[in-house]
Design a protein around this ligand. Structure first.
Ligand SMILES: Nc1ncnc2c1ncn2[C@@H]1O[C@H](COP(=O)(O)OP(=O)(O)OP(=O)(O)O)[C@@H](O)[C@H]1O
Ligand SMILES: [Mg+2]
Length: 367
């Protein structure tokens, strides 16, 4: 833990009644002023984590710290945390001003203080002048910004955002991604953002927690997680990938698709069964003679920037290729890739074991 840590979960479990736990022994740290994303499929426990941070639920076991103090039993209204809900939860009978002022009125601030704070919050979300609008006269993106203004007007240290962009169309969604990221930088507070959209997570976050089935599978920067996924779940969830079974023959030599390849991985047992990830953009189309793998083209789609080409090798593995070069269905082609493009995953490795192994690589590189 560092003095930058603002929230810490220590072995947090959450269970309703006697059902199996929804969160299982979850531990993580959140630092001040960063943009975090909880990423995972529907039902994995993202909202449950936010509700525990916000104080709408209590953990069944474990401890939650805020600025180094245990807050398990601190009620929601006493926490320096605000939430933007997926459906925005705005009051339809109040105008924009009164929606944002609501919490400040409960706190019994003076009218002039309230006016100043609401105006400032509206300026922050680029809605100056919209004070008197009714909520039903606002577009989806504007409502979303009102919901954010209502949350930041309380000057929280942490803002929780539960899939706030999921109701917006693609264009507005992309615009709001930039706006939210920019807003977080300007405010300098911690954002914990929930999404099940991996591209959104990669584009916006300082740090991503990939969650599956009530557990954090991997945490790290977007590039860490994209380049070095810990296991098949993370590799499949973050971006498109080719995942095949293989054997680590010895350090720097791996076998898959019936052939041996040089790689940059080490620290496995000899002949250890492993899984291999190669990203589609790391495969280059060439002639069968020049390629390390010989495959047959199964299908091809034009995706605007690149072709998405599906191929099969003789071992029955499927290979997805993103290429600016075209191929023809039925053609026999070669696939070329660098040793760095091969990412080897140990089966069943925990995040701690994985981190230790990667650290050992780093130390060796320094020597
Ligand atoms: N109050 C509750 N009582 C019983 N089960 C609950 C309760 N709240 C949530 N759950 C269950 O906990 C699991 C995790 O729910 P959660 O809302 O955290 O998922 P999520 O990751 O936010 O999913 P989504 O992406 O669909 O919003 C689900 O199986 C859900 O049914
Ligand atoms: Mg949810």
């Amino acid at each position: 833990m560092t003095d930058q840590t603002i929230i810490r979960f220590e072995g947090v479990t959450k269970q309703f009644d006697h059902n199996p736990p929804i969160l299982k022994d979850v531990s993580f740290e959140i630092e001040k002023g960063k943009f975090y994303t909880l990423l995972g499929p529907s039902g994995c426990g993202k909202t449950t984590i936010l509700r525990l941070v916000a104080g709408f639920n209590e953990p069944s076991a474990g401890k939650i710290y805020f600025n180094n103090k245990v807050i398990n039993n601190v009620p929601a209204n006493k926490r320096q945390v605000n939430t933007v809900f997926q459906d925005y939860a705005l009051f339809p009978h109040l105008n924009v001003f009164e929606n944002i002022a609501f919490g400040l009125r409960i706190k019994k601030l003076s009218n002039s203080e309230i006016t100043n704070k609401v105006r400032e919050a509206l300026r922050f979300v680029n809605l100056a002048g919209f004070e008197n609008r009714e909520i039903n006269e606002m577009s989806g993106g504007q409502r979303q910004r009102v919901a954010i203004a209502r949350a930041i007007v309380n000057e929280p240290q942490v803002l929780l955002l539960d899939e706030p962009l999921s109701a917006l169309d693609l264009k507005l969604r992309t615009e709001m991604q930039y706006e939210l990221r920019e807003l977080q930088r300007r405010l300098g507070i911690t954002f914990i953002f929930v999404t099940h959209d991996q591209e959104e997570a990669l584009a916006m976050s300082d740090e991503i927690f990939v969650i599956n089935n009530g557990k954090i599978e991997q945490s790290g920067t977007p590039t860490d997680i994209y380049d070095e996924p810990i296991n098949r779940f993370v590799a499949e969830f973050i971006g498109e990938s080719n995942i095949v079974s293989g054997t680590m023959i010895r350090d720097y030599l791996v076998e898959f698709a019936g052939k041996r390849f040089s790689c940059v991985d080490k620290g496995f047992h000899e002949n250890e069964p492993v899984e291999i990830v190669i990203r589609p953009e790391d495969l280059e189309i060439t002639t069968p003679v020049l390629g390390q793998l010989q495959v047959q083209v199964d299908s091809q789609l034009f995706r605007g920037v690149h072709y998405e080409i599906c191929c099969n090798d003789q071992d029955g593995n499927e290979w997805l290729v993103h290429s600016t070069k075209k191929a023809n269905v039925g053609d026999k082609i070669g696939l070329h890739f660098d040793p760095e493009a091969i990412h080897v995953m140990r089966l069943g490795e925990t995040e701690e074991e994985f981190d230790n192994r990667l650290e050992a690589y780093g130390e060796e590189k320094h020597e």
